[in-house]
Design a protein around this ligand. Structure first.
Ligand SMILES: NC(=O)c1ccc[n+]([C@@H]2O[C@H](COP(=O)([O-])OP(=O)(O)OC[C@H]3O[C@@H](n4cnc5c(N)ncnc54)[C@H](O)[C@@H]3O)[C@@H](O)[C@H]2O)c1
Length: 292
């Protein structure tokens, strides 16, 4: 099977590429910035907002499957520049969807996010929870969820919780940002009181969920999380202990668009794909430290 992965040179995408190569898929990557590469995959350095170039790639490669990870991923930057966020996340996705339809791809897997739920009213959040994104990023991701069924026959929309692991660029993401500061013995800043709860999932488990999704032929939206909540202060404490860091964090005012508490229910993932994330937070953080 030939799978085209957008954003396959990024943090999550590159782990999916490695897993698919290991499973003997033929892998084609489209990414505007080649960073993490696998010698067995084929790369096109292209922006997904460029329809004409994408069209040529689809015509040449004729992929059976599409896995769409490329996106503008920062919540704070989406608040600062919602137009750029929408150009990549909405227009770019529409380009990929139009071509996936035209080439009759067998299955389309989309990287969505728990940000589509906004500040959840009930925890753990199930897929039937009201959709009320609170940032332009959440809105752009949710908009694509609505487009997908209009274009492709089979699709799996994976709503990831907070993903971490090796190759994650800091870009304001908690685990790599803290890790970098702590390793360099620099002060760490926590926005808000540090009691914000997130559901942290290891990237290897996200890659496995993507493989299950690509191998299926369904029409579903599904949470991919651990059903475990951890506060920002707890993450700071785990990293401080593992890296023997003595300084106290600095607390600054909360960032706009951040939600207070998200934990994803993952029963549907188990039910539909017979899969539950395997890596505990401590194991995942240890692997991340070792491989970073
Ligand atoms: N990291 C998380 O915690 C998390 C949580 C929920 C959902 N997601 C989703 O997972 C996907 C992957 O995120 P990630 O954390 O690996 O981010 P990332 O920034 O490491 O990867 C995104 C990749 O997309 C590429 N890209 C961005 N804009 C592009 C464009 N216009 N054209 C072509 N390529 C482009 C980037 O170069 C990058 O390689 C995204 O769709 C994101 O919304 C991530």
């Amino acid at each position: 099977m030939k799978c085209l992965i957008t954003g396959g040179s990024g943090f999550i995408g590159s782990h999916i590429v490695d897993l698919l190569i290991e499973k003997n898929y033929e892998v084609i990557v489209v990414d505007k910035d080649l960073k993490n590469t696998n010698p067995k995959a084929k790369y096109y350095e292209t922006d997904i907002t460029n329809y004409e170039t994408l069209k040529k790639i689809f015509e040449k490669e004729q992929p059976d499957l599409v896995n769409h990870q490329a996106a503008h991923v920062s919540v704070p930057n989406s608040v600062k520049n919602p137009t750029h966020d929408a150009q990549t996340n909405i227009i770019g996705t529409l380009n990929i969807l139009r071509l996936s339809k035209e080439h009759n791809v067998k299955n389309f897997v989309y990287a969505s996010t728990c940000a589509v739920y906004g500040n959840p009213k009930t925890i753990p959040v199930t897929e039937t929870h009201k959709l009320q994104p609170e940032s332009p990023y959440g809105v752009s991701k949710l908009t694509c969820e609505y487009y997908i069924p209009l274009f492709v026959k089979n699709y799996v929309i994976l709503r990831y919780s907070n993903v971490y692991g090796p190759r994650q660029p800091p870009k304001g993401m908690i685990i790599p940002t803290f890790m970098q500061k702590i390793k360099n013995k620099q002060p760490v800043t926590i926005f808000g009181d540090g009691n914000q709860i997130r559901d942290y999932i290891y990237v290897g488990d996200i890659a496995q969920a993507n493989l299950k999704a690509l191998e299926s032929r369904k029409k579903i939206r599904i949470n991919v999380g651990t059903k475990q909540g951890t506060s920002v202060n707890e993450i700071f404490n785990i990293l401080s202990e593992l890296l023997e860091y003595q300084l106290k964090p600095n607390y600054e005012s909360e960032r706009k668009g951040d939600v207070q508490k998200v934990i994803l229910d993952n029963s549907k993932l188990l039910h539909e794909f017979n899969y539950t994330p395997k890596t505990t937070l401590k194991q995942g953080i240890e692997k991340t430290i070792l491989k970073s």
